[in-house]
Each structure stands twice: as structure tokens, then as C-alpha cells.
Design a protein around this ligand. Sequence first.
Ligand code: PSZ
Length: 500
Amino acid sequence: MASFLKMRQFALCHQKKIWHGASGCRSISNTATKTQLEFDYNGPSMKTAVPGPRSHELLKQLGDIQNVGAINFFCNYEESKGNYLVDVDGNRMLDIYTQISSIPIGYNHPALLKLMTDPNNMSAFVNRPALGILPPENFAEKLSESLLTVAPSGMTRVQTMACGSCSNENAYKAMFIWYKNKERGYSAPSEEDHNTCMVNQAPGCPDLSILSFMGGFHGRTLGCLATTHSKSIHKLDVPTFDWPIAPFPRLQYPLEEFSRENAQEEARCLEEVEDLIVKWRQKGKPVAGIVIEPIQAEGGDNHASPNFFRSLRKIAQKHDVAFHVDEVQTGGGSTGKFWAHEHWGLDDPAEIVSFSKKLLTGGYYHKDELQADKPYRIFNTWMGDPSKNLFLVEVLNVIRKENLLDRVTRSGAALLNGLYELQAQYPGILSRARGQGTFCAIDVRDDATRNNILLKARDRGVLLGGCGDRSIRFRPALIFQEYHVHLFLNIFNDVLDEFK
Ligand code: PSZ
């Protein structure tokens, strides 16, 4: 059902500090205007250090049950609103990390709360079906209203899954099945195929491979992990496949100063991809698919040019290898287009586009020929969750009604410009500001300083994330406005001042 979120204009902003852009200075002002969602807070408000005493108590309690080493602090999701996450000690923080980039339209969005109160939706929350065998009556209709309205061009089929890894894992299987069916000329697998696969042997379990990129992240489950190369801690002690790993371009910044070097670097990586495809075929482990993120996120927000991706797509075509674009982190609008790969202008769409995070449900779109030929070949109990499709319909309505992709483009430009100014102001600390939409990042001189900056920013009420060895990444919700950008830049400037 349509939602009618009202935007409210606040005539005047009474914030004390206003970011002044180019000069990089701060001053007292009462005249800046701000536009604010009615369900957003006014700014950060800090009461204790983070984690505060209540978080410490809960950490101890949970620590008796599971490993809590990664927990930052405990949250009060009831009190969190819009761009602000509130913790259990009453600290309210501007959230520029959004649950590892997975909150599309902020906390407690009225359109989503409203959906929960509609009695017609109750059953979707109470009864979780095994979607592959017993879907609800409105399932196809809800997919048509949600995921299919944002299907990447050339893709009319979608398979939902529970999370990002589960989506990629099944997408890889779909690519292998597609590859073998082609190879067999679409005839039925032999009895030998059936028998050998039961004991993990060829030909039933063929020695096929997926080509991935150094620095890529595609999940932590066993198949996905073979294509994840961001940090050793993710992979240590876990057996894996001998699959080819190509270098991902390492671009130099500012891009306009290094266009020749960067073009050479991309050409080098593409050449290596083709070499690996040929080598692995000769080794008897042919490449069935190439998997790549439009922007390597966990690996350090590494970008490549649209030309690089178009050329890669052509290489996949030339070698009859499937092209899988992993949009788990980039999908959903934060690059200014709904899918980051829309920035490339591909002639021929990818075979597979996987998603999760801001799409609320996991899954993957695929071309018709990637449809598994028999039931149960791509299958699990839940195969997604239809209640998430209900939320997604509303999220997409809000994105369209409020032109959030335009807002992302505007806020993103303000953010990146602010980062350029800060790196000019703090050349000893910051470098390589980069981004598309609000999907931005900046490098810090070393890992320890980066981590310190993240903690200091948090103490001042701004939540940020790290990625790669020494980058800070920005992953605000789509409702992050220019006003929030200036609020953030101001606080970030104060934090950086301490590191001079
Ligand atoms: O440390 C982790 O496990 C993290 S931190 C961020 C992620 C995982 N991102 C998940 C992710 C992703 O960014 C890309 C590009 N592909 C796949 C995944 C896996 O998704 P989930 O975590 O939903 O299984």
C-alpha cells in the first residue's frame, strides 16, 4: 500500500557550528536552513563514553553465552530514528555506517511502522513459509511490486534467499549447473554423473571454478569464502577450492592526474583475467563464472572505471563464462543509481546480479538461461522471507516518492567535496578521497590512526566504519541529507584537529 510520508521544512537551523566548505573554517551561525524528515532527530547527543555502563553490563551477560569480541555497543532500536542510532546508555549517534550498509531509509521509518499495523499483513509476519514448496497466494504479486520493479535491465527472473552469502552461494551453483548443461548439450546427466557426485568425485562433481578478484568479499560460507580475499582472518584454517584469483586495479588518485597510469593498471588486470581463464582451462578446472563487486567494499572501497567493467564483461562473453555482479553492498541506491553497475552502460546485461542488505531480502536476478533445469537444485527451507518483500514495496515507494536517488547524488557530491577539502587541509592524515553517490571512502595514514579516528568520532556522536587496511567508509542511509553531511564534516574536522 502507498505510504505518504510528509516532509517538513524547518525554516531555520539553530545549529551552532556550520561547515563553511572551501575555507575549511567553522563559525557560529544561526542562519543556515535545513530540511529535515519529521522522524529524524536534530543532531547527536552524547551522555557517556561508548560503550557506556549499560552496554558493559550487557556485554558481560552475553559474553557468558557467545563470543562478543566484535560487539561495539548495545542499541535501543525503539528510540532510534531516521539517521540516528540510540544506544542503551541514551547516546544518540549520527549513523553513517547503518548496520554495515543495510538500512535503506533510516530507523523506524513511519511507512514501515504503518505496514506493521495493517491487519492484512499480520499473517506474513506470524507464519514464515517454506517458500520453495508452499508460497502464500500473493507471493508473485509482491515480487512484481517489489524486486521486479527494480530489476536490472535484461533480467526478468529473480530468486530470493535469506542473506548475501546464501544468495552468492546459490548463484555460483546456478552458474555451474548452467555451464555443465551447456557442455552436455542439455542432455540428461549420466548414471555415472549421479553415482560419482554422491562421493564427491568427477564427473558428477566437476572440477569447475569461479574467477574472483584479490581484495574481493563475497561472504564467509564455504563456496563464497573461496572467492573472498579481503582479510586473512576470514579464511584462516578453512579448506577451500583452488580457483583463479585476478588482481583488482589499484587506482591512483586524483583520477584526473593519473588517467594514463590507471588505464595501464586496468589493462594489466584485464590481461591477467584472460590469462587465468586460459590457464585454468588448461589445468582442467575451467572457469564457469566471474564474480566481482562494482566497488570492492570490505576490501577497502576499491573502484575501477566503467570501461574496465565493460571490458571484463566482454572477456566473459568471449570465453563463454557467466558474469556475476555482486551488488550485495553497492545495490539499493547509495551510489546514486539503484544498481551500481548501471553506471557502466553495459551492452549486454550480466548473467547474475546478487543483492541483500538494503534490499532487505537476499537473492539474485538472473538471465533466463541461468534458471536451474529441475526443482530442488537451487533450494533451501526458507528461500527468503515474504514479510521482507512487504517492507521492500514500501521502501521502494519512499525512494521513488522522495526522489532519494537524486538526494543521494546531492548529498554524495557534498560529502565528497567536503572530503576533498579535508584531505587538502590534513595532507599528513588523509588521502585518496573517493566515492560514487554517498558510497564514499577516504584513506588514513595508518591503521592505528584510522581506528583511533573512528573511536574519537564515535565519542562525538558519529558512527563510521573502516574497510581495507586503512580506509574509512561512509555508508549513510538514503535519507542522509546535505544538512547531515555538514553536521558530519564539522565533527570530523574537530576530530582530525586532534591528530594534527
Ligand atoms: O565481516 C563480515 O562478515 C561482513 S562485513 C560486511 C559484509 C560482511 N558484507 C557482506 C557481503 C558483501 O559486502 C558483498 C559484496 N557480498 C556478499 C556479502 C555477504 O553478505 P551477508 O553478510 O549477508 O552474508
